[in-house]
Design a protein around this ligand. Sequence first.
Ligand SMILES: NC(=O)c1ccc[n+]([C@@H]2O[C@H](COP(=O)([O-])OP(=O)(O)OC[C@H]3O[C@@H](n4cnc5c(N)ncnc54)[C@H](OP(=O)(O)O)[C@@H]3O)[C@@H](O)[C@H]2O)c1
Length: 253
Amino acid sequence: MGYADELFDLTDRVVMVTGGSRGLGREMAFAAAQCGADAIIASRKYESCVATAEEIAAATGRTAFPYQVHVGRWDELDGLVDAAYERFGKVDVLINNAGMSPLYESLGSVTEKLFDAVVNLNLKGPFRLSTLVGERMVADGGGSIINVSSSGSRRPRPEQLPYSAAKAGLNALTEGLALAFGPTVRVNTLMPGPFLTDISKAWDIPATTKGAQHFALKRLGNPPEIIGAALFLASDASSYTTGSIIRCDGGIP
Ligand SMILES: NC(=O)c1ccc[n+]([C@@H]2O[C@H](COP(=O)([O-])OP(=O)(O)OC[C@H]3O[C@@H](n4cnc5c(N)ncnc54)[C@H](OP(=O)(O)O)[C@@H]3O)[C@@H](O)[C@H]2O)c1
């Protein structure tokens, strides 16, 4: 093993990724398995979880466990955690990645249903899952929780206001949970800017690309570019980092 391989090694660790079937979650789950971890791939569409889990297992030789769950539903999260501990006996890394930001016409057109759905998935679910897993991690002697937030939480835009507010809540959750679960368990926020995942299919790409010209890197992110920051937070490479926000956004001013 080279020096960096050891620093970022995840051999025999168990990494749970919500929204692990597609997009940034899939990238992070794949990368964790490449570094030696077994992965739990959790999202709403079971077939997608199975397909991604099979690809990960075939490419890395690690175990990947698909699980169907709606992260915005409090009562479904106990089942996910129980299944993970039954299958692997532990979770070393929890990546609260599942998230979404539905489009709406105007602020006045935002319904209570839309608002609740956004908060449930981006904030309530991660709270419940972090508390369920975090307490077990403390009892087991260690772990790392990564909350995937958004640059929108720092620079809220009118067209994504419920989402930005929920992600800002997630940033707050990170700091509080780091205190609650420290010194045993580390909790950090990974804050992406705009990445070209399925989410971006709803965007006006020329306009968004033009908007990115004021970023330091003057472009949108490609999904694999999330991996380095995720592996840093998942592994012992970040052993003195907790309660923090790691931006991965091309340098949004
Ligand atoms: N891409 C960006 O530009 C960007 C920017 C800032 C922040 N982020 C954040 O990064 C995270 C990942 O985004 P992404 O771009 O990778 O999204 P994506 O490509 O749309 O993938 C979303 C993933 O979450 C799952 N998911 C969606 N709703 C779910 C639910 N209710 N319960 C469980 N799983 C659910 C999806 O699978 P199913 O459909 O099978 O459920 C899928 O695996 C999100 O938290 C997002 O807010 C993304």
